[in-house]
Design a binder for this molecule. Structure first.
Ligand code: IPM
Ligand code: MG
Length: 365
């Protein structure tokens, strides 16, 4: 049998240092659980720009299309701020999502018991929190045409276009309903149907998919601004939230912070199921490249490690191994070990990025 293949793209900033921890964990699973991956590593974002003058080389893109899953660290940094738009590190990531047609970005926000005190919200509001944001990730205002900065008279204007087709809404809605059935059977769809036609269509199609094929799932609709407010007021009312690319970007950062730190949250971006039965998939932490702390051993590797756990679950049919890894993270947090982002007023045992990786491996058994 051929080994499952994994392309690792560490990227920029803290990406490489958190990825080193993930690689240690992958080796552990190789040594102790017989999970053997065919691993290759390549460049994306600023790192690819530095080497090739573009944020994603065609060869890397081609590799990404071939492997069973991609694991990405983070992209971006101030060094690249003045680059032409088409060369910015973020374009590398967006190209991967678009060309692999990874339309469903799953962003779980779970509050770990040991961190319930750490959230900026009251403990009873966040303890036990477990929500899943399904963010559409190949369309909407991120990719709509026309776009650009143009000139009219003696003034320039910038344009981006929010555009959604019925089938784009349909497929991500189905994904959300399927997930809900395996969770608490509730979906809340968020848009701005009160001001945007794309939102009117979004609401209509989500409702239609529901009525035709998922009538057993409880569906509600919310304007995205009200949704943001409800997320901070009483997040436990939600199970699955399905929303567009831009609202999903904002709402998932907000949801992540409910749980204490952006350094904790993983994501999976999934596309169509391939001939081998696996979905096209890329796994990445929700956090960015955090250039201000890069290279100092301060970064929290947990989001990236949990992204690998999602890969085990969604790409490699290794649910038990994913549970084991998530359990190890819980154990380490319960023991009080904390990277810098998790050090609150109640203290904890301060440890480095690398120590966190080692502690999780020790907790694996
Ligand atoms: C995210 C990030 C990306 C996005 C950036 C880096 C392009 O913020 O994955 O949430 O906006 O999608
Ligand atoms: Mg974001």
């Amino acid at each position: 049998m051929t080994k499952p293949s994994l392309l690792i793209l560490p990227g920029d900033g803290i990406g490489p240092e958190v990825m080193v921890q993930v690689r240690k964990i992958i080796s552990w699973f190789g040594n102790y659980k017989g999970l053997d991956f065919d691993i290759s590593e390549d460049l994306v974002g600023g790192a690819a720009y530095d080497a090739h003058g573009i944020p994603l080389h065609d060869e890397t893109m081609a590799k990404a299309q071939e492997v069973d899953a991609v694991l990405l660290g983070a992209v971006g940094g101030p060094k690249y701020d003045t680059l032409d738009f088409s060369l910015k590190p973020e374009r590398g990531l967006l190209r991967l999502r678009k060309e692999m047609d990874l339309f469903a970005n799953l962003r779980p926000a779970q509050c770990f018991d040991a961190l319930a005190d750490f959230s900026s919200l009251k403990k009873n509001v966040v303890s036990g929190l477990d929500i899943m944001i399904v963010r559409e990730s190949t369309s909407g205002v991120y990719f709509g045409e026309p776009r650009g900065i143009f000139e009219e008279g003696n003034e320039r204007f910038g344009i981006n276009t929010q555009r959604y087709t019925e089938s784009e809404i349909d497929r991500v809605a189905r994904n959300a309903f399927e997930l809900a059935r395996r969770r608490n059977n509730k979906v809340c769809s968020m848009e701005k149907a009160n001001v945007m036609e794309s939102g009117v269509l979004w609401r209509e199609i989500v409702q239609k998919v529901h009525d035709e094929d998922y009538p057993d799932v409880e569906l509600s609709h919310m304007y995205a601004d009200a949704g943001a407010m409800q997320l901070c007021r009483w997040p436990k009312q939600f199970d699955v939230i399905v929303t567009d690319n831009l609202f999903g970007d904002l709402l998932s950062d907000a949801a992540a912070m409910l749980t204490g730190s952006l350094g904790m949250l993983p994501s999976a971006t999934l596309g169509h199921v391939m001939a081998n039965g696996r979905p096209k998939a890329m796994y990445e932490p929700v956090h960015g490249s955090a250039p201000d702390i890069a290279g100092q051993g301060k970064a929290n590797p947990i989001a990236c490690i949990l992204s690998f756990a999602m890969a085990l679950r969604y790409s490699f049919d290794c649910g038990a191994e994913a549970d084991l890894l998530e359990g190890a993270v819980q154990k380490v947090l319960a023991s009080g070990m904390r990277t810098a982002d998790l050090m609150g007023p109640e203290g904890g045992i301060p440890i480095s990025t690398s120590d966190m990786g080692d502690a999780i491996i020790a907790a694996l058994g």
